[in-house]
Ligand binder design. Structure first.
Ligand SMILES: C[S@@+](CC[C@H](N)C(=O)[O-])C[C@H]1O[C@@H](n2cnc3c(N)ncnc32)[C@H](O)[C@@H]1O
Length: 213
């Protein structure tokens, strides 16, 4: 019974993402509807948010950017992980930015700051120690230029962590929209980064950490 329920939840997530046109700027409008998908508690079983955040080794006063923050699934957890720091929850979709602001207030997270990014620039208000990008790398165009510029917004010792769906995953966007881990490694190399860590504990996604070379 539980396994069937889990399979249905995975299917729902897949279908919701698969129905998303990948070219339209406002494809993620309707934040409340997306919250039912992104913040579904069943996601925790395979997304392992606490393990992902532990792997980022954040100091309590770290500044973190969650690029493509969506409805805040990671951003709110990051904000709790850096009680003396700051989290910039970046999204290009105005309705997500609105939702993130309301969620930060509702959950009394004064250190969670929503930021309206541009497709080619996250518009970070200040340099950061860590960037986390979950299920969003494949939405970004001109990635080598984007991440090349992002290097300039990293503090000394800073790192960029990329989590996205593998080509084999039963969950996620249509296969044609995914970016393989090998391609991410090659693009990040061209953008001026070296692979610093690779974590293999997520069943459906790769988790790669890069530092500027
Ligand atoms: C699949 S959702 C992932 C949300 C969140 N990271 C999570 O794991 O629940 C992708 C999000 O990235 C946003 N997005 C797409 N392109 C972006 C870009 N260039 N910069 C910032 N956000 C972007 C979308 O509006 C959407 O909210």
């Amino acid at each position: 019974m539980l396994r069937r329920l889990f399979a249905l939840v995975l299917l729902g997530f897949t279908v919701a993402l698969a129905q998303t046109p990948h070219t339209h700027e406002h494809r993620f409008s309707g934040a409340e509807r997306w919250a039912r998908v992104f913040d579904d508690p069943a996601r925790d079983r395979w997304q392992k948010p606490d393990d992902v955040i532990a792997a980022l080794a954040l100091a309590p006063d770290a500044t973190v950017a969650d690029i493509g923050a969506g409805t805040g699934y990671f951003a709110v957890r990051l904000a709790r992980a850096v009680p003396k720091g700051r989290v910039y929850a970046v999204d290009i979709e105005p309705d997500m930015v609105r939702y993130l602001g309301e969620r930060a207030q509702r959950e009394q997270l004064a250190n969670l700051q929503p930021v309206r990014g541009k497709p080619d620039d996250p518009q970070l208000p200040a340099p950061v120690d860590r960037v986390l990008i979950v299920d969003t790398y494949h939405h970004i165009g001109e990635r080598v230029a984007y991440f090349g510029r992002l290097r300039e917004r990293l503090k000394p010792g800073g790192a960029v962590a990329i989590v996205d769906f593998t080509l084999e995953s039963p969950v996620g966007p249509p296969r044609s929209a995914r970016v393989a881990a090998d391609v991410v490694r090659a693009e990040m190399q061209r953008a001026g980064y070296a692979l610093a860590a690779q974590h293999d504990f997520l069943p459906h996604q790769y988790f790669l950490v890069f530092r500027p070379r």
